[in-house]
Design a protein around this ligand. Sequence first.
Ligand code: C2G
Length: 139
Amino acid sequence: MKTILTYGTFDLLHVGHVRLLNRARALGGRLIVGLSTDEFNSEMKGKRTVIPYDERKEILESLSSVDLVIPESTWEQKPLDIGAHGVHTFCMGDDWEGKFDELREFCEVVYLPRTKDISTTLVRQQVRTGSPTRDREAQ
Ligand code: C2G
């Protein structure tokens, strides 16, 4: 049973997030998600979330691909989380390609293909403008 670890904000959960989580879970038998807290998002990532941390956590915990959700409150906590949870593989979408290669000192690092044409920002724009959801190629 390999433990996989990934991190993110997962605000307004959409198919890009779900595909990433499913792909991550398929790398091993257990998936842990480091979920960015509201403070980490606003103070360190410059992100304003729509859905508060507790609800984003509850949503992720309801997914069959997610086994455990832990808070992400600093950029530096990843090595500690890898050690504490016996992580075999750390993975992120490939928009982060190369950004976490230093973690290869602690575990395998994998960047997974990002789903095109969908993002939390786009969802927010579509809700605001009422524009129709564009067809997204299955990936
Ligand atoms: N993602 C994806 N396809 C999309 C959108 C997102 O595969 N269309 C992936 C991202 O690459 C990331 C994960 O889904 O691996 C979560 O995305 P965000 O919630 O935007 O997280 P991010 O802001 O990238 O935070 O310490 C790492 C950070 O917390 C990552």
